[in-house]
Design a protein around this ligand. Sequence first.
Ligand SMILES: O=C(O)C(=O)C[C@]1(C(=O)O)C=C[C@@H](O)C=C1
Length: 285
Amino acid sequence: MKVGYLGPKGTFTELAVKKVFQGFELKPYQTIPASMDAIVEKEVDLAVVPIENALEGSVNITLDYLTQVIQIPIIGEITLPIKQHLMVHPDNKENWREVSKVYSHSHAIAQCHKFLHNQLKGVPVDSVSSTAAAAQMVMEQPELMSAAIANELAAKEYGLSIVQRNIHDFDYNHTRFVVLTEENFDFQTLSGSSHYKTTLMVTLPEDDQAGALHQVLSAFAWRKLNLSKIESRPMKTGIGNYFFIIDIEMKLDDVLIPGAIAELEALGCGVKLLGSYPAKKVELD
Ligand SMILES: O=C(O)C(=O)C[C@]1(C(=O)O)C=C[C@@H](O)C=C1
């Protein structure tokens, strides 16, 4: 089976994939949408993409693509610790403080905001498609005296020198990745995790009613369904029009979650099940 993921080689997504999908054929894609399209185009059987970081919040492109562009079920989650390092071409190792530009993924840049502000004040920072793409660019252009924020695997893969380690602003830095497929795949056996989550997309009734969100939350609250995340995203139909993505800390059962969904529908809400899946926490080596 083939697994597509946000590449190139050396991304955090690759680290997450390799922790769980050992022995699978892996195929990197340059962007998150391209990784997901690869399932629709039958180039891969599964795809793994980042969805949320503990410091920076949701990866909006993943949420929007998953809810508004393609319909592929979430069948698993992988949570990985994130350690960001500053790296340069070996030729520029001694004078890294004089770099003229820093490249990284927008989430990684946001995770290291304080470091960049304090240590490389005024140096332009450019966002690229992934941390590994940033490392690759730095390797290819030593004369530009640029730096990348990326992980240890990327430093090794592209032959860069790490000049500052662990530059993320807060110690607890983790990212959640989702596993997507249209096939019947047993992620529980592969990951060995029996901790489940269920993700719903909820749209509110069209006639703007006072307390509509309160009513939605009540449907979960009185059933004691524990929510681990609620995120609002624009419907892209007008200012103030939002839908909600809700993560429930439980496997889809026969009674409680179907009951909550029926109650929401009776209130005039639209409800779509995005997936009910095992969530696996992995550690770095
Ligand atoms: O650029 C990478 O290495 C990725 O895998 C993407 C990504 C993200 O989208 O948040 C994944 C984990 C880190 O939070 C930083 C970047």
